[in-house]
Write a protein that binds this ligand. Sequence first.
Ligand SMILES: NC(=O)c1ccc[n+]([C@@H]2O[C@H](COP(=O)([O-])OP(=O)(O)OC[C@H]3O[C@@H](n4cnc5c(N)ncnc54)[C@H](O)[C@@H]3O)[C@@H](O)[C@H]2O)c1
Length: 291
Amino acid sequence: MAMQRVGVVGAGTMGNGIAHVFARSGFSVVLCDVEQRFLDRGLDTIAKNLDREVAKNKITVGDKVSTLARITAVLDRAKLADCDLVIEAATEKFEIKAEIFRELDRIMKPKPEVILASNTSSISITKIGALTGRADRVIGMHFFNPVPVMKLVEVIRGLATSQATFETVRELALKLEKTPVEVNDAPGFVSNRVLMPLLNEAMYAVMEGVATAEAVDEVFKLGMAHPMGPLTLADFIGLDVCLDIMRGHHAGAAGWAGRSEIPALSAPHQDGGCGLAGTQEWARLLHLLVG
Ligand SMILES: NC(=O)c1ccc[n+]([C@@H]2O[C@H](COP(=O)([O-])OP(=O)(O)OC[C@H]3O[C@@H](n4cnc5c(N)ncnc54)[C@H](O)[C@@H]3O)[C@@H](O)[C@H]2O)c1
């Protein structure tokens, strides 16, 4: 089946990046979220990121205009019905994704060939697929942040995912000029199975007074040639997202060799989330905790 029209559910950090790369590669995109302000923010981010690509001579002003013209923002999920594939990139909570997948499966009932993909970082693709009547056409398409820049897509097979679905999504990733890597369904897949224990342990190192947040980051930048330290990376991913992923690991249990998240990560904050930003914030928070 020739893919032409792609739905993206969730216009946040990842959803707007996924819409960006599909539209830039010539696909029509239907971008869906629960409130107009989230759609507006997503479209605004896409426009700014395209401006950045124009400034770097990666695309022309004309490419920017045509890319934006290929994206339709909608609140009504029923408008995804004419898509050939839908990628879910909503908040990392199982109950949210479960509701979305049941509804997408219902909307797509007249089109059994449509593939439903999830950008989840930690939730079982097998479990998501089982909520639908098309488990063989449910797959993980795990992009990395920032999506327009990062080359990797982990393509995750659920237990029931068919070879045809896998091949279609792998080819799709190549059309986006990404590098697909095949991964089986296990807690955290490969990326977060290995990364989250590292980030959590870096937080423990600061909490237990082994080194300052800046020093921990320096060790990884200079000693391991990481482009940014683990604490900066945790901020970049979003501490609330990290917490959800770590809890997803615990729910998945097998294969997670880490310890529980540091207390500060799950402590309530005034803004309702973890919401910390920058290693200065880490240092301040952990100083308060450990004195
Ligand atoms: N942030 C990262 O670095 C990163 C990297 C890879 C994968 N992911 C995964 O991508 C997904 C999205 O993460 P994010 O960082 O973009 O989160 P985000 O909080 O930036 O965006 C989530 C968006 O989903 C929307 N949403 C919530 N419920 C919805 C619903 N029922 N229908 C439609 N939209 C809904 C929210 O309004 C929000 O705009 C998660 O599964 C996350 O684990 C995140």
